[in-house]
Design a protein. Structure first.
Length: 153
């Protein structure tokens, strides 16, 4: 909605960009905000000492905007590669539903890109009031299916 050139690129090159677009959307909109872990041994991360038993929070939304990991981290680019995000966790904590999530996003994008020319805001959005779950409680949009018409969604 806010990067119409990205929508146009995806519509024009869906088969080539679908995989990277899905990963970009996951990174950009991760529903999990943070994870809490207890250190099992003494360690140091980024010059910060962590002692066994300490609790440490990883802010996923921050990690997925890390300038050391992502060039132009705050730029939405459906062709971004590499895109090593933490939207679905990692290692033994990788989301078991990752394949289904990707398939669902791809299916929705396939349908929308074949039918919708443009997506426009159609009212204010409202964010969830949570530090655990990232997301929206309301997002009103107008789907433009033809350059001359707009359909409320």
């Amino acid at each position: 909605m806010h990067r119409p050139e990205q929508w146009s690129a995806l519509r024009a090159n869906f088969d080539r960009l679908a995989r990277t677009a899905v990963e970009k959307i996951l990174r950009w909109t991760s529903s999990a905000t943070q994870v809490l872990r207890t250190a099992t041994r003494d360690t140091e991360i980024a010059s910060r000492r962590i002692v066994a038993g300490d609790r440490a929070v990883l802010w996923l939304t921050s990690a997925d905007r890390d300038d050391d990991e992502f060039v132009d981290a705050d730029v939405f680019d459906v062709a971004r590669t590499p895109n090593r995000h933490l939207a679905l966790g990692g290692g033994p904590y990788y989301c078991i539903g990752n394949l289904l999530a990707g398939l669902e996003i791809r299916a929705v994008l396939r349908e929308l890109t074949t039918r919708v020319h443009e997506v426009r805001p159609d009212g204010p959005s409202r964010r969830l009031d949570s530090i655990v779950v990232n997301g929206l409680s309301a997002l009103l949009v107008r789907l433009v299916t033809d350059v001359r018409t707009a359909v409320p969604a």
